[in-house]
Design a protein around this ligand. Sequence first.
Ligand code: DGT
Ligand code: CA
Ligand code: CA
Length: 360
Amino acid sequence: MQSPRIIIHMDMDYFFAQCEEKKDPAIKGKPVVICVYSGRSKDSGAVSTSNYEARKFGIKAGIPISMAKKLNPDAIFLPVNMELYRKVSLEIMGILRGYCGDIEQKSIDEAFCDITGNVDDFDEARTYSLMIKKEIREKVGLTCSIGVAPNKLVAKIASDFQKPDGLTVVKPEEVRGFLTALEIKALPGVGSKTGQRLNEMNIRTIGDLSTLPGDVLIREFGKARGEWLKQASKGIDDSPLEEHEGSGQIGRIATLKEDTDDLSIISEVINSLSADVYRKLTDRKIGFRSIAFIAIATDLKTRAKSHTLSVPAKDLDTIKSNAHELAKQFLVENPVRLRRIGVRVGNLVKEKGQMTLGDF
Ligand code: DGT
Ligand code: CA
Ligand code: CA
């Protein structure tokens, strides 16, 4: 039998509002509301998000700012500051990349990581996730919630299960039991319309949904959607990670057989990581402008050393020679023993010119 994948879904807690709390600790503990002002009149616009104190008053994403002000006039109302949130997001994604071979960034505050190759089993995945949470808390100063499961679907549901600052691990044999009692709206992709229709059919929980015959679902929702609902209700999801989503980087990370500062051992691993990265590049017919050597020392801190080329390249030799040089420099500058190392290329370019985020 094929061994299960181990997938992490990380989602930051009340992200925009938490960034603001971090920036101005004086507002922490008070209700904080982040607003998108439309500019039409003083309070026209909608709430982007709110912290958990504000949510207690019913202030949540999507409601009009005027309504939020009625629900709690004393709350702290702030305009969105995307520049700040993007900067924080970059830091967080950088930390995640240090832990995961493959990462798929889904939005500004969430990502999937495949850690199958980084841990032996789901128990170790729990410890690993705690390390990620700790590093994000210590370096960025923010909390997140993590779900660990054999696929993206269940990992996403799990990350939402114990918010904020949560960690939920669902082993393969626990998937069905975990989902059974959850309301159907916990399934990502089941919106209010599908939810309402299912409620009319007397389906309230994911367990209820899993007992419906597939052909009933297909008749009701069409073939593709009906089949998806049936599979999802059983926690089945084979969708792969789309690693490059929004990231503009391709990288591979491996754990060394033992902690070392021996350049000859490290060089060998660099060769195989470079070959992996090169394969991914050629699959997608793209080139790169920057190369980084990633080092995770025994203190588990992720450090990177990178180099930008004057012209784009797409060959294996350039990846390898630069990665070797960067590793050598790194070890001269940092007298540490390494636990994991990685090779990453960035500033990806298509045949013609620079890729934009929209290309991913
Ligand atoms: P959470 O995950 O429940 O602790 O809370 P958030 O605020 O992190 O919610 P999430 O993950 O759905 O969204 C991440 C950020 O995206 C959030 O901090 C603000 C923004 N956002 C979410 N929903 C909306 C919306 O309806 N409108 C706008 N403009 N921004 C939104
Ligand atoms: Ca979030
Ligand atoms: Ca999110």
